[in-house]
Design a protein around this ligand. Structure first.
Ligand code: GLY
Ligand code: MN
Length: 361
């Protein structure tokens, strides 16, 4: 990626550091390391000062780091990460006991404790500094998520041939994952396939249940393309659906459409959430316990959280899922999930190519 992109990202992050009177931020969350350095390996941290950005990695990743992180100073550690970070901070002139050193709040307690022991400075913890910036997508990020959604749609269509009585949830998930791989992408999380009443558990663990002649299918899956995630859920039937299934399905679609209609920059997130829940309530069906959606990006769940408790408003450039559902244990589980770009005047549906049933022509 062009270094100009990282320069801009770092400018925005440094502005937040100045606001918080910080000279240095230790970045430990993998997605935030990728966002600021371009590095896509594991077990690495970044240290951001007002002058430089350092990538702390190990010898497994030397070549990759040199290739991906042209704007970074690369440090190849040999001991524990916290020791390497402490060693670097002690050497930096701009960093002192008085200058404000912060580490991301999501850091493991073990790493934090070791860092505190090795470094005699007071270390502050900060949350969501980079995540807030990441929530507004650049054009290249929007393009990657749009492509991820396109690949997901194609993979689901190519899986249709395997949806036959006798196939197990595990097998169908494997077939879908294989199509995603064939399209040169990977999963953004473990594919959920739930047949029949298994779908009443929103995060059912895909298992050995076989598809029956007349049955229902829930597929919740995501594609990762150029490190960016999409997240989709589709529900459909093989054979003839019951009257009740059709009724619930139509209500969930109506709920999703009502929420999507409210999406635009400036909209209150809790209003987006309630638009979907109100439709389900109106039809006297049980309202889902999970959020109505979430942001998408380098992580499959990121800011903004789209739920009733949110006090935030949507911003142009955010990409969110809208995924209401109805779950009745032992009877039915239906969720429909699409990916939506928030624009100044409204929204763009990034997952419009994804068929509502891969079985329909
Ligand atoms: N689609 C899975 C989830 O959002 O948790
Ligand atoms: Mn989701």
């Amino acid at each position: 990626m062009r270094t100009a992109i990282y320069k801009n990202r770092l400018k925005l992050i440094r502005r937040q550091l100045s606001k918080n009177k910080l000279s240095c931020l230790i970045v430990t969350k993998s997605a935030n390391v990728t966002y600021t350095t371009g590095f896509t390996g594991d077990d690495s941290w970044a240290v951001i000062t007002h002058r430089n950005i350092y990538l702390l990695t190990d010898s497994r990743y030397t070549e990759q780091a040199e290739r991906q992180c042209l704007h970074c100073r690369i440090i190849i550690r040999t001991g524990p990460m916290a020791e390497a970070a402490a060693g670097l901070l002690k050497k930096l002139k701009s960093v002192s006991v008085y200058s404000g050193v912060a580490i991301e709040k999501c850091t493991s307690l073990a790493a934090f404790e070791l860092l505190k022991k090795k470094l005699k400075f007071r270390i502050r913890t900060v949350a969501n500094v980079i995540e807030e910036i990441r929530s507004i997508k650049e054009q290249s990020e929007i393009a990657a998520i749009r492509t991820a959604a396109r690949i997901a749609a194609q993979a689901l269509k190519q899986t249709a041939q395997y949806i036959k009585p006798g196939v197990t949830e595990n097998e169908l998930a494997g077939m879908l994952d294989f199509q995603i791989r064939k399209l040169a992408a990977t999963n953004s999380f473990d594919t959920i396939v739930a047949f029949g009443p298994n779908a009443s558990q929103p995060h059912h663990r895909t298992g050995t249940r076989k598809l029956k002649k007349d049955d229902t299918v829930l597929v919740d899956f995501g594609v990762k393309y150029k490190n960016y995630c999409c997240d989709l859920t589709r529900c459909f039937t093989v054979g003839r659906p019951t009257h009740f299934y059709k009724k619930v399905y139509d209500v969930v679609r109506e709920a999703q459409a009502a929420a999507i209609k409210t999406v635009r920059a400036g909209a209150e997130i809790r209003e987006v959430d309630s638009a979907a829940r109100d439709v389900i309530k109106k039809h006297n069906l049980p309202v889902y316990g999970h959020g109505t959606g979430h942001g998408l990006g380098l992580e499959v769940h990121e800011l903004p959280v789209v739920s009733a408790g949110s006090k935030d408003r949507l911003k142009a450039g955010q990409i969110i899922t809208i995924e209401p559902g109805v779950y009745i244990p032992g009877r039915v589980g239906i969720r429909i999930e699409d990916d939506i770009l928030v624009t100044k005047t409204g929204r763009k549906l990034l997952s419009r190519n994804c068929p509502h049933s891969p079985l329909s022509p």
